[in-house]
Design a protein around this ligand. Structure first.
Ligand SMILES: [Zn+2]
Length: 91
C-alpha cells in the first residue's frame, strides 16, 4: 500500500494544550421542578424531582467561553485546529 496520499483530517481541539478529546460544554436546558406544597409564605416546597426537557438543551449563549478542556481545565470560546501530529506534551 502506498503511503503517499495520507489524508489529513481536520482535528479540532483545545487552543491551550492541544488536547483533542474530553471537553465539557456549558448548556442551558428547560426543566420543570415538582412542587409538592406551598408553605405559609407562598414559597414552594419542592418535591425533589425535576423533569428535564432534553430537546431544549443548547449552548449557553451567555458564556463567553462555553467549552472547558478536561486535560488542562481551561475554558475557551472555540476549538482551534490542531494540525500535524498529536503531541503528548508534559508541561
Ligand atoms: Zn486543554
Amino acid at each position: 500500500m502506498p503511503h503517499k496520499s495520507r489524508h489529513k483530517s481536520k482535528t479540532y481541539g483545545c487552543p491551550h494544550c492541544g488536547s483533542t478529546e474530553g471537553f465539557a460544554e456549558a448548556n442551558l436546558m428547560e426543566a420543570t421542578a415538582y412542587v409538592s406544597t406551598f408553605d405559609g409564605h407562598g414559597q414552594p416546597n419542592y418535591a425533589g424531582e425535576s423533569d428535564i426537557d432534553w430537546d431544549s438543551q443548547r449552548l449557553d449563549p451567555s458564556k463567553e467561553k462555553p467549552y472547558q478542556c478536561e486535560a488542562c481545565v481551561k475554558s475557551f470560546s472555540k476549538p482551534s485546529l490542531v494540525t500535524g501530529r498529536q503531541r503528548k506534551k508534559a508541561a
